[in-house]
Design a protein around this ligand. Structure first.
Ligand code: SIN
Length: 290
């Protein structure tokens, strides 16, 4: 396990995730000396790639502090479909009111795979949590890939898939907050991607956005995709995050998927979210072991 210079980690499960302790106030107000900031950035990048989910407890952050903190993980970028809060357009409110029925993003997904360079990671800061429920499930896509049969791996490894932003299942979860509901963004990416930091392969398809493999029709793709969508939900690959007010979570969007559970009707849940710029997914080379 990697040794970190500027942070202390406590793993929360064997699947993924670690609590991060010992963060000083300067970490959030942008006043860290440059050498310390650079050490922290490098530790955070490695810790996120290794543990996939970093959990900070009890952080009372203003919007400015949240944005400043996000800069230690990468470059904050706008989310294509939901406007940010007026004074901080890069901070997107994820809100479910007591009268709402849908929850934002309530289908298994990784973020923005319909972009040429999908988000590398995202931060979510819990502002208002329901009394019961409102957990988020995270699934480990390294494990999902590893657990596939050798013949399924051989089938999938050379393939790429098509991702749509307006696949019905996901589009309806953002209907009330969407900037431009008719806009459909489309991208093609490798089905098995190599993580830019760990070098490890992970499965990259999602129920929310993948419509077909690029060399097959949608009809021919469907049975394989349905099998994979069920596979990624297997409890063995999942960590269930129970939120607390002022908890802040950062997930590696390159090796995980998530599913916010919609089980708190009649209550309010408000999160502040920041997406971080990513790079074009790298295919996992065909000469690698599988
Ligand atoms: C999202 O998909 O970004 C929302 C996650 C959550 O609300 O827990």
């Amino acid at each position: 396990m990697t040794q970190y210079h500027s942070i202390k980690l406590k793993p929360v499960s064997q699947v993924m995730g670690a609590y991060v302790g010992d963060t000083s106030p300067e970490t959030f107000n942008g006043k860290l000396p440059p050498a310390l900031a650079s050490e922290l950035k490098s530790d955070f990048a490695r810790a996120l790639a290794e543990h996939q989910l970093l959990i900070f407890q009890n952080l009372h952050l203003s919007e400015g502090e949240l944005l400043s903190f996000a800069n230690l993980f990468g470059k904050p970028v706008p989310y294509p479909f939901v406007p940010g809060i007026p004074a901080f357009p890069l901070i997107v409110p994820i809100l479910k009111e007591p009268q709402d029925t849908n929850n934002f993003g309530g289908v298994w997904h990784s973020d923005t795979p319909y972009l040429p360079s999908p988000a590398a990671a995202a931060l979510l800061h819990a502002k208002k949590i329901p009394q019961h429920g409102g957990d988020t499930l995270f699934s480990n896509m390294y494990m999902a890939w590893e657990a596939l049969s050798p013949s399924m791996k051989r089938t999938l490894q050379p393939l790429s898939a098509i991702f749509h932003s307006d696949k019905e299942a996901i589009a309806k979860t953002r209907a009330s907050s969407t900037l431009d509901p008719k806009r459909n963004l489309i991208a093609e990416h490798p089905v098995v991607r190599r993580h830019p930091i760990t070098g490890k392969p992970s499965l990259y398809i999602s129920e929310a956005h993948t419509t077909q493999f690029s060399t097959m029709t949608a009809a021919d793709s469907e049975p394989i995709l349905e099998e994979l969508f069920a596979h990624i939900r297997r409890p063995e690959f999942c960590y269930r995050l129970k939120w607390q007010t002022n908890m802040l979570v950062v997930w590696d969007n390159q090796s995980t998927q998530h599913y916010p559970v919609n089980d708190y009707h009649g209550e309010r849940r408000l999160m502040h979210r920041i997406s971080l710029a990513g790079s074009k997914p790298i295919p996992y080379a065909t000469d690698s072991n599988c």
